[in-house]
Design a protein around this ligand. Sequence first.
Ligand code: PGA
Length: 243
Amino acid sequence: MDKKKLIIGNMKMYMTSGDVKEYLQKLNLKNMNEQVVFCPSSIYIPYFLGYPFQVGAQNISATTLGAYTGEISAEQLASLGVAYTIVGHSERRMYFGEINEEVHQKMKRALDHHMVPIVCIGETLEEYNAGKTLSILRTQLIDCLTGLSLEEINKTVIAYEPIWAIGTGKIPTNLEIEKIAIEIKKILQEVFQSTNVPVLYGGSVSSKNIEQLEQITSIDGYLIGSASVKTKEIEKILEVVNH
Ligand code: PGA
């Protein structure tokens, strides 16, 4: 199956409105398509609409519309035309206490409004060194996905992001990523009977390592953080991926 890879830009809390306008002016749209998704800070989402790429949120509320000061609901985002949302990013888990149960709620909210949840899972350096990666990933997957229907699971995207690889310039070997992607797919099949969920890799993806990462056969795309904020970087990455 020669399906186009899914390329998600997690722009985090970078860029002012001036930077966003400049970024969009400079961005070469040549390799942009429906499989490219930019996730800017929510206040900038309207700037990113109307291009050949898709738009995603970095986070959504676990609750539905209502009196929740400072929150943004799936319904509100979907009503703007936002098609994806990241959930359970390790920075949200680490700094904002997001737990698997909440990730599950957020997935539900997103799916209820036809948004694709991009569920981030990954191990810490200590867990990696202790050889616990697979058991950690298994628990995260089971806790986040249990309670969803097969149809809902099949609309989900999983991003494997080793926490020690995020923003550090360090990445696992191709063999490690390959093995983990295969294991994730195996768990999805064995536990949830799902054979249809794209598995992405995220953590320090850049124009420097994308050619190497492209040798991996079982990865269906990338979640790209800081490199997605630089037009030249994201353009080079897309050039390699679409060759
Ligand atoms: P990074 O971030 O590419 O800057 O390492 C990835 C992420 O946090 O999704």
